[in-house]
Design a protein around this ligand. Sequence first.
Ligand code: GLN
Length: 243
Amino acid sequence: MNLKICWMYHDLMDLYGDKGNIQVLKIRAQKRNIECIVDTCSLKEEKDLSAYDLLFIGGGADKEQSLLVEDLLSRKENIRKAMDEGSFILLICGGYQLFGQYYLDGDGNKIEGLGFFDYYTESASRDVRCIGNIAIEVDVEGEKFKAVGFENHGGQTKNVSTPFGRVLSGQGNSFGCGFEGFYNGSVLGTYMHGPLLPKNPQIADLILRKALKKRYGDVELEQLDDTLENKARDVMLTRILKD
Ligand code: GLN
């Protein structure tokens, strides 16, 4: 069995250790004897994204988002094909924003999104951002668990039909809205850096199962020893929830 991941815009979109998400997916796959192939795809590179089981885009500043958007929009039909054929998509922060209708950046520039989903993002004023640790409760695919991360975004994402989690502490999609991210079963968009996956192994395995499904159907993943990962998350949870 193997897993093919494409990390899009790896040289532009990598904030707060987002690349750690790739490392975690790789190691958790390898521990189950699943070979993990990681390719990258940046500006102007010809690549068939539908050949991958998992597409990943990390977070980035407004400048990087406007730099890559033309290239991203040129891949719209190819990304749609990937989704139609069952590829899973993980999007962090700036990447998450670009799959919606548009992103109005901190300077008031409108960056057109891929428009796959109804949500849209508008920046609060230049000097107001959602910054800090965040804890959420996730209830998806019959699993209920808490997850932790770190957010830093000016963009306020509205009109999210199916959020990923309920905010326990922090902001999430927009100031005080109570909900975090977007999840529709095949696309997970979230504001949680940290990076997301090292302290949230349930999310890592959810993504692995979903990505493997494209070519292998329902795969039973062998349970790993997550003692350290769970401890790391619980330390943060205790710290965040007592504030
Ligand atoms: N530039 C976007 C914002 O400020 C996304 C930031 C990020 O990816 N952390 O909202």
